[in-house]
Ligand binder design. Structure first.
Ligand code: SAH
Ligand code: SF4
Length: 350
């Protein structure tokens, strides 16, 4: 059964109305036929605003060295079961050039937080990728100083991914010892001032999170007016304080993806690897309810197994060349096509 007031709410969201916290909470809680109506609306908005192309961002996990001790993360500092590595600048540039040869339009350079690569070295890597390929370059290296962000932007970095993780300040402080949500938001504001295309996002199903928190997460993304919003389920990682916690669910994550698409209609929204790791068709399901980006792994095979933020991550045994045709087939199988070019935010190219 579909309630008339729910249909009316979905229609308002589809038309771009600003939703209240209560209204978002309602949409985030839908199941059955009502959930199907929510997904259909999100899919229509995705098709109308972003088109049928799915953008590929090659992910290079260049180091798992981290100074932070986030309770949810498998590579947190105090996990002694992790073999630490850092790719050399030459290896990172070569991985990016490989991504370009595979037809990807952009790369994401991701690592733990800290100086696995000295900031000037990282600037050099960005400069070299920009000089030798037409790739858009995204960084995802955590909370840093404004000066560091500025230096990398000057070197040519186009975008930055920094999920806010959770909009509940107390939960944030508990899960990221020594840090506050306010500081993370400050970083996001600096990135915006410096002219980056800004990506943020959150995990679904963190212990202590409620549906109301998820509504706050979406309202925060809306307030930050992000160009990209990454939403994935929390997956408990071994040897972390949350090892025995329950994971986020597929249903709740998909509801959040659909609500983000309705709320920030022109944002890039990835079908996350985490969702693909808890459900064999997780990424396909996300593509059908608002997502329009996939981030295939282009980290060299020998490093991949050491970058496990969470367990049972998909594609751990593959090399970049094996992921490319597999992801393309997945996209075509959903009636979509692989988008070419850097896939900038539509706000940038308009
Ligand atoms: N160190 C950087 C980038 C690497 S972590 C940073 O923290 O921003 C990238 C993302 O992985 C995080 O933002 C977090 O949302 C996600 N992540 C970490 N541990 C996870 C887990 N156990 N389950 C699901 N996602 C996780
Ligand atoms: Fe480090 Fe990022 Fe993991 Fe936190 S989530 S421990 S900052 S890699």
């Amino acid at each position: 059964m579909i309630r008339q007031e729910v249909l009316a709410l979905i229609a308002r969201a589809e038309a771009g109305a600003d939703l209240s916290r209560d209204e978002l909470t309602c949409l985030l809680s839908l199941g059955g036929e009502e959930q199907k109506a929510l997904f259909a609306a999100a899919d229509r908005v995705r098709a109308r605003v972003m088109g049928d192309g799915v953008h590929l961002r090659g992910l290079i996990e260049f180091s798992n060295i981290c100074r932070m001790d986030c309770c949810y993360c498998g590579i947190r500092r105090s996990n002694r079961h992790v073999r630490r590595y850092r790719m050399t600048p030459e290896e990172i540039v070569a991985a990016a050039q490989g991504a370009w040869r595979l037809g990807y339009g952009s790369v994401v350079l991701q690592s733990g937080e800290g100086d696995a690569l000295d900031p000037e070295e990282l600037a050099g890597v960005v400069r070299q990728i920009k000089a030798t390929t037409p790739l858009a370059v995204t960084l995802s290296v955590g909370e840093r100083t404004r000066e560091e962000y500025a230096r990398w932007r000057e070197a040519g970095a186009d975008r930055f991914l920094l999920r806010h993780e959770t909009a509940d300040p107390e939960l944030f402080a508990r899960l990221r010892p020594g840090r506050r949500l306010e500081q993370r938001i400050q970083c996001l504001l600096w990135l915006r001032e410096l002219g980056y295309q800004v990506g943020s996002g959150f995990m679904v199903g963190l212990p202590g999170q409620t549906v109301g928190t998820l509504a706050d997460d979406i309202l925060l993304l809306k307030r930050l007016n992000v160009e990209m919003a990454g939403i994935g389920p929390f997956i408990p990682a071994p040897h972390t304080p949350l090892a025995d916690a329950a994971p986020g669910t597929v249903e709740q994550t998909l509801n959040a993806v659909a609500c983000v698409r309705l709320t920030i209609q022109d944002a890039h929204v990835p079908a996350t690897t985490a969702l693909g790791s808890i459900h064999p068709r997780g990424r396909q399901l996300a593509l059908a309810c608002g997502a329009n980006v996939i981030m295939p792994n282009v980290t060299p095979g020998k490093y991949r197994e050491h970058y496990q933020l969470y367990p049972n991550k998909i594609c751990l045994r593959e090399e970049p060349e094996q992921c490319a045709p597999c992801v393309a087939a997945l996209i075509v199988g959903e009636g979509r096509f692989v988008a070419t070019g850097p896939g900038h935010s539509p706000r940038w190219t308009a």
